[in-house]
Design a protein around this ligand. Structure first.
Ligand code: ZN
Length: 260
Protein backbone atom coordinates (compact mmCIF):
# COMPACT_ATOMS: atom_id res chain seq x y z
CA UNK A 1 0.00 0.00 0.00
CA UNK A 2 1.29 3.44 -0.87
CA UNK A 3 0.84 5.97 1.90
CA UNK A 4 0.72 9.60 0.79
CA UNK A 5 2.61 11.89 3.12
CA UNK A 6 0.14 13.85 5.21
CA UNK A 7 -3.02 12.17 3.82
CA UNK A 8 -3.33 9.25 6.19
CA UNK A 9 -2.47 11.41 9.19
CA UNK A 10 -5.68 13.40 8.73
CA UNK A 11 -7.82 10.36 9.56
CA UNK A 12 -8.07 9.76 13.30
CA UNK A 13 -8.61 6.01 12.80
CA UNK A 14 -6.20 5.47 9.91
CA UNK A 15 -4.00 3.17 11.95
CA UNK A 16 -6.89 1.07 13.21
CA UNK A 17 -8.22 0.83 9.65
CA UNK A 18 -5.03 -1.00 8.71
CA UNK A 19 -6.63 -4.02 10.45
CA UNK A 20 -8.57 -5.59 7.57
CA UNK A 21 -11.53 -6.35 9.86
CA UNK A 22 -11.85 -2.92 11.49
CA UNK A 23 -15.06 -1.07 10.59
CA UNK A 24 -15.42 2.35 12.21
CA UNK A 25 -19.13 2.53 11.33
CA UNK A 26 -19.85 -0.67 13.29
CA UNK A 27 -17.85 0.69 16.21
CA UNK A 28 -19.67 4.03 16.21
CA UNK A 29 -23.11 2.40 16.19
CA UNK A 30 -22.45 0.17 19.19
CA UNK A 31 -24.21 1.18 22.40
CA UNK A 32 -21.89 0.32 25.27
CA UNK A 33 -22.59 0.11 29.00
CA UNK A 34 -19.71 0.42 31.47
CA UNK A 35 -20.67 -0.49 35.04
CA UNK A 36 -18.13 0.91 37.49
CA UNK A 37 -16.05 4.07 36.99
CA UNK A 38 -13.14 3.23 39.29
CA UNK A 39 -9.68 2.02 38.25
CA UNK A 40 -10.86 -0.51 35.65
CA UNK A 41 -13.68 1.79 34.54
CA UNK A 42 -11.27 4.68 33.87
CA UNK A 43 -9.00 2.52 31.72
CA UNK A 44 -11.86 0.74 29.95
CA UNK A 45 -13.53 4.06 29.07
CA UNK A 46 -10.26 5.55 27.81
CA UNK A 47 -9.60 2.53 25.56
CA UNK A 48 -13.19 2.43 24.30
CA UNK A 49 -13.13 6.06 23.18
CA UNK A 50 -9.65 5.79 21.66
CA UNK A 51 -10.87 2.70 19.76
CA UNK A 52 -13.70 4.76 18.22
CA UNK A 53 -16.67 3.95 20.48
CA UNK A 54 -18.71 7.08 21.03
CA UNK A 55 -21.98 5.92 22.51
CA UNK A 56 -21.26 5.01 26.12
CA UNK A 57 -23.32 4.89 29.33
CA UNK A 58 -21.50 4.83 32.66
CA UNK A 59 -23.06 3.73 35.96
CA UNK A 60 -21.34 4.26 39.31
CA UNK A 61 -22.53 5.67 42.62
CA UNK A 62 -19.18 6.28 44.35
CA UNK A 63 -17.34 9.51 45.02
CA UNK A 64 -13.65 10.04 44.23
CA UNK A 65 -11.18 9.72 47.12
CA UNK A 66 -7.42 10.34 47.18
CA UNK A 67 -6.66 6.60 47.21
CA UNK A 68 -8.10 6.40 43.67
CA UNK A 69 -5.58 8.81 42.20
CA UNK A 70 -2.67 6.41 41.60
CA UNK A 71 -4.58 4.41 39.00
CA UNK A 72 -7.33 6.61 37.54
CA UNK A 73 -6.23 8.69 34.57
CA UNK A 74 -9.33 10.92 34.64
CA UNK A 75 -9.28 11.94 38.34
CA UNK A 76 -7.23 14.67 39.99
CA UNK A 77 -6.68 16.00 43.51
CA UNK A 78 -9.40 18.61 43.17
CA UNK A 79 -11.93 15.88 42.31
CA UNK A 80 -10.95 14.00 45.47
CA UNK A 81 -11.02 17.13 47.67
CA UNK A 82 -14.45 18.03 46.37
CA UNK A 83 -15.74 14.46 46.57
CA UNK A 84 -16.92 14.50 42.96
CA UNK A 85 -18.78 11.50 41.56
CA UNK A 86 -16.61 9.07 39.62
CA UNK A 87 -19.16 8.56 36.83
CA UNK A 88 -19.61 12.31 36.36
CA UNK A 89 -15.87 13.02 36.05
CA UNK A 90 -15.19 10.11 33.71
CA UNK A 91 -18.06 11.24 31.47
CA UNK A 92 -16.82 14.84 31.50
CA UNK A 93 -13.25 13.84 30.58
CA UNK A 94 -14.40 11.45 27.84
CA UNK A 95 -16.41 14.26 26.24
CA UNK A 96 -13.22 16.33 26.22
CA UNK A 97 -11.31 13.49 24.62
CA UNK A 98 -13.98 13.03 21.94
CA UNK A 99 -16.17 16.06 21.39
CA UNK A 100 -18.90 14.31 19.38
CA UNK A 101 -19.18 11.34 21.75
CA UNK A 102 -22.52 10.63 23.42
CA UNK A 103 -21.49 9.88 26.98
CA UNK A 104 -24.17 9.61 29.66
CA UNK A 105 -23.63 8.89 33.33
CA UNK A 106 -25.84 7.67 36.15
CA UNK A 107 -24.93 8.07 39.82
CA UNK A 108 -26.68 4.92 40.96
CA UNK A 109 -26.11 1.27 41.74
CA UNK A 110 -26.73 -0.86 38.66
CA UNK A 111 -29.39 -2.76 40.63
CA UNK A 112 -31.36 0.52 40.98
CA UNK A 113 -31.56 1.18 37.24
CA UNK A 114 -34.88 0.50 35.47
CA UNK A 115 -35.47 -3.02 34.12
CA UNK A 116 -35.13 -1.95 30.52
CA UNK A 117 -31.78 -0.19 31.05
CA UNK A 118 -29.30 -3.08 30.60
CA UNK A 119 -31.20 -4.51 27.58
CA UNK A 120 -30.95 -1.13 25.82
CA UNK A 121 -27.22 -1.79 25.21
CA UNK A 122 -25.33 -4.03 22.76
CA UNK A 123 -22.35 -4.89 24.99
CA UNK A 124 -21.82 -4.56 28.76
CA UNK A 125 -18.47 -4.18 30.53
CA UNK A 126 -18.26 -5.01 34.22
CA UNK A 127 -15.71 -2.97 36.18
CA UNK A 128 -17.28 -3.44 39.61
CA UNK A 129 -16.12 -4.61 43.02
CA UNK A 130 -19.35 -6.06 44.35
CA UNK A 131 -20.55 -9.60 43.85
CA UNK A 132 -24.17 -8.49 43.93
CA UNK A 133 -23.57 -6.09 41.04
CA UNK A 134 -21.71 -8.76 39.08
CA UNK A 135 -24.46 -11.33 39.46
CA UNK A 136 -27.14 -8.76 38.65
CA UNK A 137 -25.39 -7.78 35.41
CA UNK A 138 -24.62 -11.42 34.59
CA UNK A 139 -28.20 -12.65 34.91
CA UNK A 140 -29.67 -9.67 33.03
CA UNK A 141 -27.16 -10.02 30.21
CA UNK A 142 -27.88 -13.73 29.94
CA UNK A 143 -31.63 -13.20 29.95
CA UNK A 144 -31.48 -10.55 27.21
CA UNK A 145 -28.60 -12.22 25.30
CA UNK A 146 -26.18 -9.33 25.62
CA UNK A 147 -22.42 -10.03 25.61
CA UNK A 148 -20.90 -9.31 29.01
CA UNK A 149 -17.18 -8.76 29.58
CA UNK A 150 -16.37 -8.84 33.28
CA UNK A 151 -13.01 -7.63 34.60
CA UNK A 152 -11.55 -8.12 38.08
CA UNK A 153 -8.20 -7.45 39.72
CA UNK A 154 -6.50 -8.25 43.00
CA UNK A 155 -3.00 -6.92 43.50
CA UNK A 156 -0.99 -8.14 40.53
CA UNK A 157 -3.57 -10.79 39.64
CA UNK A 158 -6.55 -10.26 37.35
CA UNK A 159 -9.09 -11.96 35.15
CA UNK A 160 -11.45 -11.24 32.31
CA UNK A 161 -14.57 -13.38 31.97
CA UNK A 162 -16.22 -13.31 28.53
CA UNK A 163 -19.91 -14.24 28.55
CA UNK A 164 -21.64 -14.59 25.15
CA UNK A 165 -25.22 -15.74 25.74
CA UNK A 166 -26.47 -18.32 24.91
CA UNK A 167 -23.25 -19.74 23.48
CA UNK A 168 -21.02 -19.71 26.55
CA UNK A 169 -21.26 -20.32 30.26
CA UNK A 170 -21.86 -17.37 32.56
CA UNK A 171 -20.33 -16.09 35.78
CA UNK A 172 -22.69 -18.17 37.89
CA UNK A 173 -21.91 -21.45 36.10
CA UNK A 174 -18.83 -22.03 38.23
CA UNK A 175 -20.50 -21.32 41.54
CA UNK A 176 -21.88 -23.75 44.06
CA UNK A 177 -23.40 -23.16 47.49
CA UNK A 178 -19.95 -22.88 49.11
CA UNK A 179 -18.93 -20.29 46.56
CA UNK A 180 -22.11 -18.37 47.21
CA UNK A 181 -21.44 -18.24 50.94
CA UNK A 182 -17.87 -17.08 50.41
CA UNK A 183 -18.97 -14.60 47.79
CA UNK A 184 -21.28 -12.94 50.24
CA UNK A 185 -18.11 -11.81 51.97
CA UNK A 186 -15.76 -11.50 49.02
CA UNK A 187 -16.24 -9.63 45.83
CA UNK A 188 -14.86 -11.62 42.97
CA UNK A 189 -14.32 -15.15 41.77
CA UNK A 190 -12.88 -16.78 38.69
CA UNK A 191 -15.48 -19.44 38.95
CA UNK A 192 -13.65 -22.76 39.24
CA UNK A 193 -11.55 -22.86 42.38
CA UNK A 194 -8.86 -20.96 40.54
CA UNK A 195 -8.77 -18.00 42.86
CA UNK A 196 -10.84 -15.90 45.18
CA UNK A 197 -10.20 -12.21 45.51
CA UNK A 198 -10.20 -10.39 48.84
CA UNK A 199 -12.10 -7.11 49.06
CA UNK A 200 -10.39 -3.73 49.21
CA UNK A 201 -7.04 -4.93 47.92
CA UNK A 202 -6.67 -2.59 45.03
CA UNK A 203 -4.46 -3.32 42.08
CA UNK A 204 -1.64 -1.30 40.68
CA UNK A 205 -2.21 0.63 37.45
CA UNK A 206 -0.23 -1.91 35.40
CA UNK A 207 -2.44 -4.87 36.27
CA UNK A 208 -5.50 -2.64 35.88
CA UNK A 209 -4.31 -1.55 32.41
CA UNK A 210 -3.68 -5.13 31.28
CA UNK A 211 -7.09 -6.40 32.39
CA UNK A 212 -9.02 -3.40 31.03
CA UNK A 213 -7.17 -3.57 27.70
CA UNK A 214 -8.13 -7.25 27.34
CA UNK A 215 -11.75 -6.28 28.11
CA UNK A 216 -11.84 -3.68 25.32
CA UNK A 217 -9.97 -6.00 22.94
CA UNK A 218 -12.83 -8.49 23.43
CA UNK A 219 -15.41 -5.76 22.82
CA UNK A 220 -13.78 -5.01 19.45
CA UNK A 221 -13.97 -8.70 18.48
CA UNK A 222 -17.65 -8.89 19.45
CA UNK A 223 -18.51 -5.68 17.55
CA UNK A 224 -16.95 -7.13 14.39
CA UNK A 225 -18.46 -10.61 14.81
CA UNK A 226 -15.00 -12.18 15.14
CA UNK A 227 -15.12 -15.69 16.55
CA UNK A 228 -11.73 -15.63 18.25
CA UNK A 229 -13.04 -14.22 21.51
CA UNK A 230 -11.76 -15.63 24.83
CA UNK A 231 -13.55 -18.81 25.96
CA UNK A 232 -14.17 -17.97 28.77
CA UNK A 233 -11.71 -16.77 31.38
CA UNK A 234 -8.44 -14.98 30.78
CA UNK A 235 -6.35 -15.26 33.93
CA UNK A 236 -3.26 -13.17 34.59
CA UNK A 237 -0.70 -13.35 37.40
CA UNK A 238 1.97 -10.66 37.16
CA UNK A 239 3.93 -12.03 40.12
CA UNK A 240 4.53 -15.37 38.40
CA UNK A 241 4.71 -14.01 34.83
CA UNK A 242 1.81 -16.30 34.02
CA UNK A 243 -1.32 -15.95 31.93
CA UNK A 244 -3.73 -18.53 30.59
CA UNK A 245 -7.24 -19.18 29.30
CA UNK A 246 -9.63 -21.38 31.29
CA UNK A 247 -12.73 -22.75 29.65
CA UNK A 248 -15.78 -22.89 31.89
CA UNK A 249 -18.48 -25.25 30.54
CA UNK A 250 -22.18 -24.42 30.93
CA UNK A 251 -23.41 -25.78 34.25
CA UNK A 252 -26.91 -27.24 33.73
CA UNK A 253 -27.75 -26.41 37.34
CA UNK A 254 -26.94 -22.73 36.86
CA UNK A 255 -30.20 -20.75 37.11
CA UNK A 256 -29.37 -18.69 34.02
CA UNK A 257 -29.58 -21.69 31.64
CA UNK A 258 -32.70 -23.17 33.07
CA UNK A 259 -35.74 -22.25 30.91
CA UNK A 260 -38.01 -22.55 33.94
ZN1 ZN B 1 -24.43 -19.97 34.03
Amino acid sequence: MQIKAGGIDEDEYSRLKLFEWFDIEKVRKEKILVVGAGALGNEVCKNLVLSGYKNIDIVDMDRIVKANLNRCIFFDEGDAENGRYKAEIVAKKLRKLKRNAKIRYYVKRIEEMPENFIPSHNIVLGCVDSVEARLHINSNCYLFKIPYIDGATHGQIGKVHVVIPPETSCLECGMNSTHSKILQKRFSCTGRDILYFEPKIASDINTTSIISAIQVQEVLKITHGLRNYIRNIFYYDGRRNFSSIFELPINKKCPNHNDK
